[in-house]
Design a protein around this ligand. Structure first.
Ligand code: BV8
Length: 230
């Protein structure tokens, strides 16, 4: 049985209370992307960037997975699924999903710029935080892919897309590459494509099928349909 390739974006976490990016008229929690989500911004003002991620990390404890996360986890237990998320929250994991590919990194991980070690990190991080591996003080950064940096897992993602039986995008505006190009790759390989989103997106034209509505309502319904059919 061929795998279902699911790409999720900020929209899948919207009903959990995690703000999406595009809803904030170009500003991201009041900041310009260039200032808080680029290596240059981190170089320029590490304190600001640490504060931005500390605030988002803290807020994770007050949000919970929604019906869309839970339905995807349920599907994974009954059907081969490759789950790739652009989100840096841990809501897929907390809903029971396994093998989540976080192509843009994870809020709850940190990376040492000196030795490259990646560690779980749930508390605040700052310019004097130390690496638990090499003990260096002051070299920690969020294990997040910023603009201009190479996303994680791309080889596995590319291989999974072209061998999938179905490509589904849930809650992504299709603004950020290379994720925004995945549906076109699937379509070019003759793989059926489905977009689940309340709104039309810049890549809607690529998809064979669209289900317009919030992920928390549409995804459980779609998963039940798949499970009944399989
Ligand atoms: C790369 C981590 C190449 C940070 C993120 C010029 C200069 C430099 C680069 C570029 C350039 N032009 C293009 C690029 C590439 C660039 C890019 O795409 N820029 C865009 C802005 C044009 N991409 C990159 O830089 C990427 N790297 O290209 O590397 C390379 C090659 C070789 C060697 C080295 C490098 C890296 C991009 C990753 C950036 N990091 N996140 C953090 O989170 O803190 S991106 C960040 O924004 C998110 O992770 C996410 O991916 C993206 C937001 O997208 P969405 O998830 O789609 O969210 P959005 O708010 O946009 O949309 C929400 C959707 O949900 C909407 O459609 C809405 O309708 C829907 N929705 C709302 N409610 C619901 C819902 N859906 C369902 N249910 C609901 N209830």
């Amino acid at each position: 049985m061929k795998s279902i390739f699911i790409l999720t974006g900020a929209g899948v976490s919207a009903e959990s209370g995690v703000p999406t990016f595009r809803a904030a008229d170009g500003l991201w929690e009041g900041h310009r992307v260039e200032d808080v989500a680029t290596p240059e911004g981190f170089e320029r003002d590490p304190e600001l960037v640490h504060a931005f991620y500390n605030e988002r990390r803290r807020r994770l404890s007050s949000v919970t997975p929604n019906a869309a996360h839970l339905a995807i986890a349920r599907l994974q237990r009954a059907h081969p699924v490759t789950l790739v998320t652009q989100n840096v929250d841990d809501l897929h994991e907390r809903s029971g999903s396994a093998q989540v590919i976080h192509m843009h990194g994870e809020l709850l991980k940190a990376r040492c710029e000196r030795c490259g070690a990646v560690a779980e990190w749930s508390g605040d991080m700052g310019v004097s935080s130390s690496c638990g591996h090499c003990r260096t003080k002051g070299g920690m950064r969020p294990h997040i892919v910023w603009f201009g940096e190479m996303p994680f897992g791309m080889d596995a993602i590319d291989a999974a897309i072209v061998s999938a039986g179905l490509f589904v995008a849930v809650g992504t505006s299709g603004n950020v590459y290379p994720a925004a190009g995945f549906a076109s790759i699937a379509a070019a390989h003759g793989i059926p494509t489905l977009e689940i989103n309340p709104d039309e997106t810049g890549i809607s034209g690529v998809f064979d099928e669209h289900r317009r509505g919030p992920a928390g309502t549409v995804v459980p319904f779609w998963v039940e349909e798949i499970l009944r059919g399989s």
